[in-house]
Ligand binder design. Structure first.
Ligand code: NDP
Length: 392
């Protein structure tokens, strides 16, 4: 039914390809392209079904346009890095191709997380009759859909939203990140920010800490307030939210390493003089850390990501928690990836499926909560991400 071009052969890209390959009636032709073609070929060799592979520098709009013209996809799935978002959206506009990604655009030289740059493309996509779906991973992605589901079916009005992301897994390395180290560390070292009563409140990075009792035997863990991009779109699109925050768990070990790396300047993203040339310390650090795609075989434990919501239903106050639990080893057994790549790649595949089957259609640029949550919620357990709700 549809040809799909997937860009980025990393941890997430591998899961997207595995999952799309299992749906031959929907994704009749798959092309995986990335900066390093060898990585695409290694993923292709794991599949039961043939796919095409290609090399492309997604920072080069002309090169991407050429590839799109050769492949003629119905949809481009961007699971490269946030730096490529705008160039890939440009290439889609030039070729008349729909677009999907899992992370908002970030300028390489400043760690700013804002939808502004991508929202500015809305009119151009609308005028071309094209659809761009932003943030179709887990968080952002499923967390947006969970909130839209709660707003549609469980509440008359939502007052507070806390998105809580736990990785209760362990990979045995002294320090490693479970998705792209550069992107991960930029996010974690950014200032904390949350929304309250119409304004954004700023905090020092990871300065606000709390405890949360995670379900199904995971138990209590420390959670840290961070800024995360879905907060911006959710307070924009879900009317009436008074407070929205995002929390993530980190082990003491991770935080200690991060503190030392920050103190010695290794998380800096500006070029520093080195040996007659220049080096960006965070990029150097990335090249030294384990590749997240290599963590699959060694990661054990579970992730738990969900939304804790307070609001009003039928005139009464209501508390509500909706979450997914994912087991690292079960993910590896299924698609040879740990749960972070899995929980991102599966929603990217489902988002792609929603678009190419016409269940989600629109002209312009959309965040996940703007579309009907029902078909996406129905698909989540079918493709490996069951969800559970608690109401009290
Ligand atoms: P990886 O670093 O493992 O993979 C990124 C891939 O993109 C690599 O194969 C890399 O190529 C390729 N790439 C980078 N630059 C270019 C370029 N200019 N042209 C072509 N290909 C390029 O990252 P992940 O798979 O962990 O993450 C992928 C995306 O998913 C990121 O944007 C991340 O922010 C997002 N994400 C979203 C989450 C969510 O829940 N919404 C959660 C986790 C991640 P090479 O191998 O040659 O370096």
């Amino acid at each position: 039914m549809a040809k799909v071009l997937i860009i980025g052969a990393g941890g997430v890209g591998s899961v997207v390809v595995h999952k799309c390959a299992r749906e031959p009636e929907v994704f009749t032709e798959i092309t995986l392209a990335s900066r390093t073609k060898g990585k695409c070929d290694a993923i292709a060799a794991q599949l039961e079904r043939p796919i095409r592979t290609a090399e492309v520098d997604a920072d080069d709009v002309d090169a991407t346009v050429k590839l799109i013209e050769a492949v003629e996809p119905d949809l481009l799935v961007n699971v490269a890095l946030p730096y490529q978002d705008l160039n890939l959206m440009e290439a889609c506009l030039r070729t008349g191709t729909d677009y999907l990604d899992t992370a908002n655009y970030e300028p390489p030289d400043s760690a700013v997380f804002e939808y502004r740059w991508q929202w500015e493309y809305h009119d151009r996509f609308r005028e071309r009759g094209l659809m761009a779906l932003l943030g179709s991973g887990f968080d952002p992605g499923v967390t947006n859909v969970f909130t839209a589901h709660a707003a549609k079916h469980r509440f008359d009005s939502i007052e507070t939203l806390d998105i809580i992301d736990a990785n209760a897994g362990d990979h045995g390395h002294p320090f490693a990140t479970n998705f792209n180290p550069e992107i991960n560390i930029r996010e974690v070292t950014a200032r904390g920010r949350y929304y309250e009563d119409g304004v954004w409140v700023h905090r020092e990075p990871l300065a606000v800490k709390d405890r949360f009792e995670f379900p199904e035997g995971i138990g209590p863990m420390s959670i840290y307030l961070m800024y995360h991009e879905e907060l911006e779109s959710l307070v924009h699109h879900i009317p009436g939210i008074k407070r929205a925050r995002f929390w993530m768990t980190f082990s003491e070990n991770y935080l200690k390493h991060l503190e030392v790396l920050r103190n010695v300047g290794m998380t800096r993203i500006d070029p520093v003089p080195y040996d007659g040339g220049e080096v960006i310390p965070l990029r150097l650090l990335k090249s030294l850390l384990p590749d997240p795609a290599s963590l699959g075989p060694v990661t054990k434990g579970r992730t738990c990501i969900g939304c804790l919501i307070h609001g009003i239903k039928d005139g009464r106050p209501r508390d509500y928690y909706i979450y997914n639990i994912c087991d690292h080893q079960a993910c590896y057994a299924e698609v040879r990836s740990q749960a972070i790549s899995y929980t991102t790649g599966v929603p990217a595949m489902i988002g792609a499926m929603m678009m190419v089957t016409g269940k989600w259609r629109g002209e312009g640029v959309f965040n996940m909560e703007q579309l009907d949550p029902d078909p996406f919620m129905e698909a989540l357990p079918r493709y490996g991400l069951p969800w559970t709700e608690k109401i009290w």
